[in-house]
Design a protein around this ligand. Structure first.
Ligand code: PMT
Length: 218
């Protein structure tokens, strides 16, 4: 049994990593599996929301009842979010950014496979991807944004800065220096930091339970 407290709301959740092409065979990415974002999208549907999942590459099965949209790069993810916002502009919309978006991408991806060099070193020039959360909040201020933070040091300090910078209602802090939680684990132990500075520590629990604990704050 799930409380249907999200009826009438549209919840767009992003999940997994993004892939930024270096050449046709290589890319820059990270360790996100998508488990956290998929659990949120499934729980949002269970709680009555119109649930949309925008996912980077992931082997996970599409959650039941959820509209899944597949993307690869950060720029594709940004475009897909904007398309969905335009399609449901009259609804009460929340964007939950659980994806681990690559902050950098190769400045000039090569059209052909890069060959071994005669020198020992290959220098790749990277440029910054747009901050998806910040761009969406600036363009669509009516959207309520929930962020995630994957941190390895000064956890609360680094996560708190992101609340204001990205225009978030609250942020879900993950300690990704721990091997038993965070990336790819079925469980997570997170702290929710609200924009008024209040914090809520959640004990170790399944990602499904974390999802419920996040969604009940919407
Ligand atoms: O997928 P799993 O294996 O289950 O792992 C879950 C997780 C650890 C990946 C997830 O819970 C998590 O922490 N996701 C956020 C990872 C991240 O990118 O954190 P960040 O601190 O770099 O970014 C902060 C926030 O800004 C995030 O909400 C991110 O989606 C968003 N962002 C980041 C970069 C960018 N260019 N645009 C963004 O909007």
């Amino acid at each position: 049994f799930f409380e249907k407290s999200l009826v009438g709301k549209t919840i767009i959740t992003t999940a997994s990593s993004t892939q930024e092409e270096i050449d046709p065979v290589r890319y820059i990415s990270n360790h996100s599996s998508g488990k956290m974002g998929f659990a949120i999208a499934q729980m949002a549907f269970n709680m009555g929301a119109n649930s949309i999942l925008i996912s980077g590459p992931s082997n996970l099965k599409a959650p039941y009842g959820v509209n899944r949209i597949n993307v690869k790069s950060a720029l594709e993810m940004l475009k897909a979010i904007e398309n969905q916002i335009r399609l449901c502009s009259k609804n009460d919309i929340y964007l939950i950014m659980a994806a681990a978006v690559s902050d950098f991408k190769p400045k000039q991806p090569s059209a052909q496979k890069i060959k071994r060099q005669s020198k020992d070193m290959l220098i790749l020039e990277l440029e910054q991807n747009p901050d998806i959360s910040k761009s969406i909040k600036e363009k669509y201020p009516h959207i309520k944004l929930i962020g995630f933070a994957a941190e390895t040091n000064d956890l609360i300090g680094n996560a708190t800065i992101k609340i204001e910078k990205k225009g978030l209602e609250f942020i879900v802090l993950n300690d990704v220096s721990r091997k038993d939680i965070g990336f790819d684990s079925p469980n997570n132990e997170v702290t929710i930091i609200f924009k008024d500075g209040k914090t809520k520590n959640l004990p170790l629990m399944s990602k499904k339970e974390v999802a419920y604990n996040i969604l009940k704050h919407l």
